[in-house]
Structure formats: C-alpha cells, structure tokens
Design a protein around this ligand. Structure first.
Ligand SMILES: *[C@@H]1O[C@H](CO)[C@@H](O)[C@H](O)[C@H]1NC(C)=O
Ligand SMILES: *[C@@H]1O[C@H](CO)[C@@H](O)[C@H](O)[C@H]1NC(C)=O
Length: 442
C-alpha cells in the first residue's frame, strides 16, 4: 500500500512538473534579441511605406489622366501641349517630378477628426477644378472613421497615411505633452512626402479645422511670385491673429509684412523646407520655427482680413481660446483678383520705406486719448510702448493678442502692431530708434 501511494504521489509530481516545464517553455520570452512585437511593427511600417508609394503612383496616374482629358477636350495633340507647356510630361522622364512650374500643392494634415470633411469640401469648392492645386491629405493616428470620411472624396484628393504609429517614450513630466511630439513627427513626415516623394516645389499647409475664403487660392497664387523673389520672406500666411470683426478695416486687398510666423493656412517653398528638415524638432514645432535661429530675420505676408478661419477643434484644450477669441476672427468674403494686382510694394525695399513713413509719420497719442475718443484728426495714430509690460497693458485694454514668441508680438512688423480701433487705423509701435526684438520678452 505504501509503495502504491509512493508511486501515485511520484506520478502526480512528475505530471505536474512536466506541465510546469511545458508552460514555462511555451511562454518564456525567446531571449533579448528576439521581440515578436518589434517584428510586427517593422512589417507594419514596411506595409505602410509600400502603401504610401502606391499612393504616389496613383497620383501620377491621376496626373496622366488629366493630361489625356486635356488632349481630348482641347483637341490639341500632345506635341502642341508640350510646346505650350514643356514640363507637362516631366513625370515620364523624372518619375518623381510630377509638377508643372505653376503647381502649388495643398497639404492637409488630419488625424482623428471627421470634421475634416468640412475643410475638404471648402478646399474642393474654392479650388474650382484648378488641378494646379493638387490636394494631398496626410492622415496620422490611423483613425478608421476619419479615413473613411477622407476616402469618400475619391480621386479629387490623394490620401497618404503616416506609417510611423509607434509610441513615443518620454520622461514622466513630458508625458502629458505627447500629442505635440506626435504632431511634430507627422508634420515632418508629411512635408517630406510632399516635397520629396510628390516633388512639389511649393506647398500650402492647412489643418482639418479650417474654413477658407473664396479667394484663398487666388491669394496664394498671387503672392507666389513675391515669395519666390524676395529672400527676406519665408512664408505667406492666410491668417491675421488680430483679425477680429471691428479690429480690421473693410479693405480686402490690404496686405502686410509680419515678423510673426502665424500658421493657420501658410505657404512655404521647398528651399525653405530643405533648410528646416534636418533640424526639425521632436515637439513644439511652431514655437521652434519662430526662433531666430530658424527665422533668420525673415518675414511672412499676412492679410488684413483672414483667408482662413478655424471652426473649432473638438476635445482639445484650446476650447476656451476658441470661444473667447478665434470664433470672432473675420473671414474675408469678397473675392480679390490678387493675380492681377501689382504686389511689388510688398518687397522689402519698397515696403519698409513706405511702412515706416506711415507709422512714424502719424501723430503720437496716449492710450487715454485713444480710449476717450478725444482725437482731433481722422488719420491714423500711433501709440508708443517702451517695455514688454507696457505693450501687454495696452494690448489688453485694446483687446489685442498680448503674447510674444521669441520676442515678436503677433502680427508685428519691426515691433509695430497695426489694427483698427473705433474705425481708426492705429499703430502700437516701439520708439522710432527701435533696434530689434528682445527675445527675453515672452
Ligand atoms: C523623405 O522621404 C523619402 C521617400 O519616402 C525617404 O527616402 C527619405 O528618407 C525621407 N527623408 C527624411 C529625412 O525623412
Ligand atoms: C508695380 O508697381 C511699381 C511701384 O510700386 C512700379 O514701379 C512697377 O512698374 C509696377 N509694375 C507693373 C508691372 O505695373
């Protein structure tokens, strides 16, 4: 009996031991060098890259189809079209160069907001079948619902998807800002695709929450030659940070130079992109781009009346900022034929002389005089600020943006902020002997 019990216990122990060993063997990680998850990520990355490449090919095909249509509709033969536009077939000789000289690509960055449909509808409507503005939608986040919404636009747009969806490892105190890291990573990838894979020479960058003015494309098209010829310019922006109703003149043609990079619908050239690409930051790209090391004293063009307006981001912390400020930005409604206007007055040498003359040639008044409305002339006036705090105090009572980025106030040019107060042009300006921005002003 004791022998039987002994065998029984022995067998049970043996079975248990075998089970445990088997369990451990199956579930044990296969050593440090082999991570199943890494391989999956690699394979997914490759898959996504191949898919992006397919998109580029699709885009080329679309371009060829457009050319074919042109041949059919105009009855011209290919030879004739090529004579008129020698670069029309450049895609065949140089696979990546899909551009004709006047192509301006539109890059829309999307993520997980289905409201991207509203932005796309406006872009397509106001583009008015002008295929020299191809629309590329770059989607981050792999949000399926949003992908489906974008796909509904068919071949009116080209959808590419950011392949790198890997997690970003951050120290604990940075973790809550992970979104900013993902945005910077997506921007870098999408801009590289636009300029590198699609071969665009110029791009207009928009996001998934923008309405645009009817002359949005005309504005960028008209300013393109100015951006190309003036090396002291590095962007054209559609946005006026102080563009609220009542703070802008009803002058849709009025444009300014500004030292402030404002984004929200902006155009940049490939040359500028190549300069930024290698040092593109891991996060907070918009503050980074405003830093003197990037800006190098260059300016942007901005309109008096905005050509974009955000319709609000859902579930983002700037909800309050939207309710208090962005909601009131005036969107231009009147079409201005910018391509037919002489815009050379915006070139630095012409502009600076005239601008400084109108700012410092206008009578200086105190903030009290301005607020009380006790000013005898009807012309533009100037308010002088000498310190950062003084600027902020005035900006606050005048309901202007109060912040500085790398020492530059929003919409400022040579420190001057131009706006309308009680139907009068006002310049909030530093002293005439101004020597440059103080980057410690924040
Ligand atoms: C830009 O994109 C091309 C094509 O996808 C790729 O080969 C290249 O490495 C990218 N460059 C950078 C800096 O990401
Ligand atoms: C544009 O305006 C400038 C003056 O600002 C003038 O010198 C130039 O000749 C004009 N160009 C054309 C094409 O009219």
């Amino acid at each position: 009996m004791r022998k039987k019990t002994f065998y029984l216990i022995g067998s049970i122990s043996f079975i248990c031991w075998t089970i445990i060993i088997c369990y451990l063997f199956v579930h044990k990680p296969l050593g440090k060098g082999f991570k199943y998850k890494d391989v999956t990520i690699q394979v997914e990355k490759l898959e996504n890259e191949l898919q992006s490449q397919l998109k580029v090919n699709e885009y080329l095909l679309m371009h060829l189809k457009a050319l074919k249509k042109q041949i059919q509709e105009t009855g011209k033969d290919l030879k004739r079209i090529l004579e008129e536009n020698p670069s029309a077939l450049s895609i065949q000789t140089e696979r990546k160069a899909i551009n004709t000289e006047d192509t301006i690509c539109v890059l829309l960055l999307a993520c997980n907001r289905v409201t991207v449909a509203r932005s796309l509808e406006k872009l397509i409507k106001h583009r008015n079948n002008d295929l020299s503005f191809p629309i590329i939608v770059s989607q981050d986040c792999n949000h399926e619902q949003t992908t489906n919404v974008i796909k509904r636009f068919g071949d009116q747009i080209t959808l590419i998807q950011h392949p790198d969806q890997s997690d970003i490892f951050l120290p604990p105190r940075e973790k809550k800002f992970k979104g900013y890291y993902k945005i910077a990573r997506h921007y870098r990838w999408a801009l590289n695709q636009t300029f590198h894979s699609f071969g665009c020479n110029t791009a207009i960058i928009v996001e998934d929450d923008l309405d645009i003015a009817p002359d949005f494309f005309e504005y960028f098209r008209g300013l393109y030659p100015i951006l190309k010829t003036d090396p002291t310019l590095w962007c054209v922006s559609a946005w006026n940070d102080n563009g609220k109703e009542g703070q802008v003149a009803n002058e849709p043609t009025l444009l300014y130079r500004t030292d402030f990079f404002s984004g929200l619908g902006w155009m940049l050239t490939k040359e500028t992109w190549l300069e930024l690409l290698d040092k593109w930051p891991r996060a907070y790209w918009d503050d980074w781009i405003r830093h003197p090391a990037q800006r190098k004293d260059r300016a942007c063009i901005r309109p008096e009346i905005s050509r974009t307006k955000t319709f609000g981001k859902i579930g983002v912390s700037n909800g309050l900022f939207y309710e208090k400020h962005l909601k009131y930005i005036k969107l231009n409604e009147k079409f201005v034929p910018f391509t037919k206007l002489n815009l050379t007055y915006l070139l630095k040498d012409n502009y600076d002389v005239a601008f400084l003359k109108s700012v410092y040639g206008s009578p200086s008044v105190s903030i009290q005089e301005l607020l009380s409305g006790n000013i005898e002339t009807n012309v533009a006036v100037r308010i002088t600020y000498k310190t950062k705090d003084e600027f902020k105090r005035y900006a606050k009572v005048l309901k202007l943006m109060e912040d500085f980025k790398s020492g530059v106030p929003r919409v400022g040019y040579r420190g001057v902020v131009s706006f309308v107060f009680q139907n009068r042009r006002v310049y909030l300006a530093p002293i005439p002997e101004w020597k440059g921005y103080d980057t410690s002003w924040t």
